[in-house]
Design a binder for this molecule. Structure first.
Ligand SMILES: O=C(O)CCC(=O)C(=O)O
Ligand SMILES: [Fe+2]
Length: 291
């Protein structure tokens, strides 16, 4: 049986920003995961995502088009289904008709904007935690036209949870800067802090009512020269229906992912060469989906 984790809890609105930044730093070094409370996104909005994705509304999965348009896909073999909403301004999103799901589009747009603003606030604390200026990510250009994505995820309830080959979501790390996750409380999410250890140890990440589960993505790990970890995680077949929403805060596609000066030195040189986010993401998608 995996152990249940006690992840740190970060208060987005704490007046003591420096001590909050310190706890974020520790959480990102130790776990790459933490809970975010006091984020200002009301739960009523969050309840909108738990809708059965109607069969007529499932997105036709055109891999090439999705790469071009920064849409992410579930890994082949995962049993979940997802509906993805990309940047609102780029006009590439497919929306249900107003008469089929009244107010759904406007609610989702509001939700997207709120998550974007929570992400921006959190990134200023993350900048502080790395001894950088609070507006560091803005100045870097990461937040101009960011290629953020919301994934509305549905895990069917009728999977055979006794088989090791059946995943809700198979083991992966997220590509971007940070991910904010809201779940409906049904368990299933697990993390593996030492992915190279044998046997791997998987720990349950319980949901916390009203809190987002935040995790560090690969771009942040690369920026910080692996000081902050992009922890591998997966979702077990829940054995009952499960809904979650993941907000992937990805940077602007032209943003350069280059080790921060505060995270390298002569004795600790950058582990990765600089790369533009667009090139990085295309490479990751190519490897992940064997394109
Ligand atoms: O649904 C979840 O709890 C996790 C989803 C996830 O890790 C992802 O979509 O990257
Ligand atoms: Fe993930």
């Amino acid at each position: 049986m995996p152990d249940a984790l006690q992840l740190p809890v970060v208060d987005l609105c704490s007046p003591d920003r420096f001590s909050t930044a310190d706890s974020i730093r520790q959480a990102c070094i130790d776990h790459g995961f933490f809970y975010l409370v006091n984020h200002g996104v009301d739960e009523e909005l969050q309840s909108y995502f738990a809708f059965p994705i109607p069969s007529w509304f499932r997105v036709k999965r055109d891999l090439r088009a999705q790469i071009d348009h920064f849409r992410l896909l579930d890994k082949t073999g995962d049993s979940r289904e997802g509906f993805y909403i990309g940047p609102l301004a780029d006009d590439l999103n497919q929306w249900p008709l107003e008469e089929d799901l009244p107010s759904w589009r406007s609610t989702m747009e509001t939700y997207f904007q709120k998550l974007q603003s929570v992400g921006t606030k959190l990134l200023s604390l993350i900048a502080l935690s790395l001894i950088l200026d609070e507006d560091f990510f803005e100045k870097l250009g990461a937040l101009n036209d960011p290629s953020a994505i919301i994934g509305l995820l549905h895990y069917p309830g009728d999977l055979d949870s006794s088989s090791e080959d059946i995943h809700g979501a198979s083991a992966h790390s997220d590509f971007g800067m940070i991910t904010l996750l809201a779940t409906d409380g049904v368990p299933g999410l697990q993390i593996c802090r030492e992915k190279n250890e044998k046997p791997q140890v998987w720990e349950d990440v319980p949901s916390m009512s009203g809190a987002f589960i935040v995790n560090i993505g690969d771009v942040m790990e690369r920026w910080t020269n692996c000081l902050f970890r992009s922890t591998v995680h997966k979702v077990l077949p829940p054995g009952q229906e499960r809904y979650s929403v993941a907000f992937f805060a990805n940077p602007n596609k032209d943003c350069l992912i280059e080790c921060f000066e505060s995270c390298c030195s002569e004795s600790c040189p950058p582990r990765f060469p600089p790369i533009k986010y667009l090139d990085y993401m295309q490479e990751r998608l190519r490897v992940s989906f064997d394109l």
